[in-house]
Write a protein that binds this ligand. Structure first.
Ligand code: NAP
Length: 170
């Protein structure tokens, strides 16, 4: 099993504001769907809460929600009370960690791949992506510059893969 993280970040690493994402980028939602469909997705309870009700559970994916609240339940969500438990439940080839900032930070050490959509905006934000640090090979689409969304936003898809296997996979 491999652990992949996926997020969209604006300049300065902003990924969230006020319990939501401070932009609308349909091409990124399609990219997210394409990569994660058919797999297990792991998210923090706050990210679950941030999803519009009509989109949860995320269809076509096993939804695992991490919470410390022993009483928490939600229709369509499988509950885990630690990140280790959440990541250990998948027999899938790839388990996708889909947020938010708290969960990304904790999962980074076990990840061997990160898919980042870089969004060329500078919004106010209260949640940031973790610093990924050294030891990652980077490729991007497009190779130069950005795509332009039909909404006018500039964005590009970045893939980071570990130079060395992640912790626990050596
Ligand atoms: N731009 C993007 O790609 C993207 C993607 C996802 C989310 N977001 C944004 O990110 C923000 C939410 O991120 P966040 O950092 O505030 O919260 P989060 O990571 O989504 O969830 C945090 C919650 O997860 C649970 N949790 C965390 N660590 C745990 C552990 N080790 N064991 C058990 N439970 C644990 C706790 O839930 P309890 O409090 O229930 O115990 C904690 O309050 C929102 O604004 C959302 O829109 C952006």
């Amino acid at each position: 099993m491999s652990v992949a993280l996926i997020w969209a970040e604006a300049r300065g690493g902003v990924i969230g504001q006020g319990g939501g994402i401070p932009w609308h980028l349909p091409e990124d939602l399609a990219h997210f769907r394409e990569l994660t469909c058919g797999s297990t997705v792991v998210m923090g309870r706050k990210t679950w809460d941030s999803l519009p009700e009509r989109f949860r559970p995320l269809p076509g994916r096993r939804n695992i929600v991490v919470t410390r609240d022993a009483e928490w339940t939600a229709e369509g969500a499988q509950v885990a009370h630690s990140l280790e438990a959440a990541l250990g439940t998948g027999a899938d080839e790839t388990v996708w960690v889909i947020g938010g900032g708290d969960i990304y930070r904790q999962a980074l050490g076990t990840a061997d791949r990160i898919e980042i959509t870089e969004v060329d905006l500078d919004p106010v934000g209260d949640t940031r992506a973790p610093e990924v640090g050294e030891g990652w090979a980077r490729s991007q689409d497009p190779v130069d510059g950005f795509h332009e969304s039909k909404s006018g936003i500039q964005y590009r898809f970045v893939t980071l893969t570990r130079d060395e296997p992640a912790a626990g996979q050596r």
